[in-house]
Design a protein around this ligand. Structure first.
Ligand code: RRO
Length: 317
């Protein structure tokens, strides 16, 4: 079966690629993704300047749930957009894969400064503007604040000749939130895709032996990911697909661990999917396995192409 897709008009040879965050902070790590069956390569969210992130321990994993309070450890925007880095990531690839950059400025001004540095850069296939980091101490999630979100989207509108643009959203839980955010997003013609979901913020894992949270940073409050969030992610993809204009692609992410999970996201309306927690625990060979499992599952169910599945979940009545 045909497992290729397009996102924002960009061809992805497979519909599965990495989520920003796990194993995506260095050219060396990104090169391994480029060498796998992943359909694209996406960087760790960049800030204007390099930073170390929050104190350790800042991640925790158990069965079907992961928590992180990384606090944006990254090498700074100039690293992720430099010719040297991009060549290193895409070196000895038979066909060069789309390379996408995630941005998560600490302020709107920082995001605008970083975007201006990417104007006219044709080596960057797309930009994922992260409006959903839950771990910056004292900073609200932009995607939960319609006013702040409108302000940044308005400012991005002023910048011309950017690579194709998408935004990364937090999980929404209430229908009013979905309506508000979709109505806002639909007003911006430059938004070509949305990525849903980022981690579910402010979760806590408790050690009964220590009598403390497992995670030290941010008082033990952290973003929840992994199979525990899959159902929330599926609903977010489905609802956004229903509410967003058809020219916006939805990229699904949240708890994908098997080829069957990928198919669930495609049915709900995802044009492509990202894998975060599973990539973190299994490493980049997860993309080879997931593409094979998806392909097998499609054959079993009689599906000829990914694109023909997208958004075909049927109603009961
Ligand atoms: O670095 C992080 O703490 C982080 C980010 Br920027 C994000 O968007 N989502 C997340 O779970 N962690």
């Amino acid at each position: 079966p045909d497992v290729s897709t397009t996102v924002a008009g960009i061809r992805l040879s497979t519909c599965i690629y990495n989520a920003s965050g796990p194993r995506s902070g260095s050219a060396e790590a990104l090169h391994k993704i480029a060498q796998s069956s992943a359909g694209a390569v996406l960087s760790k969210s960049a800030t204007l300047l390099a930073q170390d992130g929050n104190p350790l321990p800042r991640t925790w994993q158990h069965n079907d749930a992961s928590l992180n309070s990384e606090g944006l450890p990254n090498k700074g925007i100039d690293y992720y957009i430099s010719d040297e880095t991009i060549s290193e990531i895409l070196q000895d690839s038979s066909s060069s894969k789309p390379y996408m950059v995630s941005l998560s400025g600490k302020t709107t001004a920082d995001n605008i400064t970083m975007l201006r540095r990417m104007v006219g850069n044709t080596k960057i296939a797309a930009i994922e503007l992260n409006l959903a980091c839950p771990n910056i101490i004292g900073k609200p999630v932009v995607g939960y604040d319609v006013e702040q979100m409108k302000d940044i989207l308005d400012q991005v509108t002023q910048i011309l000749n950017l690579p194709p643009m998408g935004i990364k959203l937090p999980p929404y839980l209430d229908s009013v939130q979905f309506q508000q955010v979709a109505t806002l997003i639909n007003q911006y013609n430059w938004i070509q895709f949305v990525v849903s979901i980022n981690t579910l913020g402010n979760a806590t894992a408790v050690s009964i032996e220590a009598g403390m949270p497992f995670i030290s940073s941010n008082d033990g409050f952290a973003g929840l990911s992994g199979p525990a969030v899959k159902y929330t992610a599926l609903a977010n993809v489905r609802k956004l697909r229903q509410l967003l204009r058809p020219t916006i692609d939805v990229v699904g992410v949240g708890g994908i661990a098997t080829g069957r999970d990928v198919l669930e996201f495609l049915l709900c309306g995802a044009a492509a999917v990202q894998v975060g927690t599973q990539h973190w625990s299994e490493g980049p060979k997860c993309f080879d396995r997931l593409v094979q499992e998806l392909s097998d599952c499609m054959t079993e169910l009689g599906h000829e192409s990914v694109r023909s599945i997208v958004g075909t979940l049927q109603p009961w009545n």
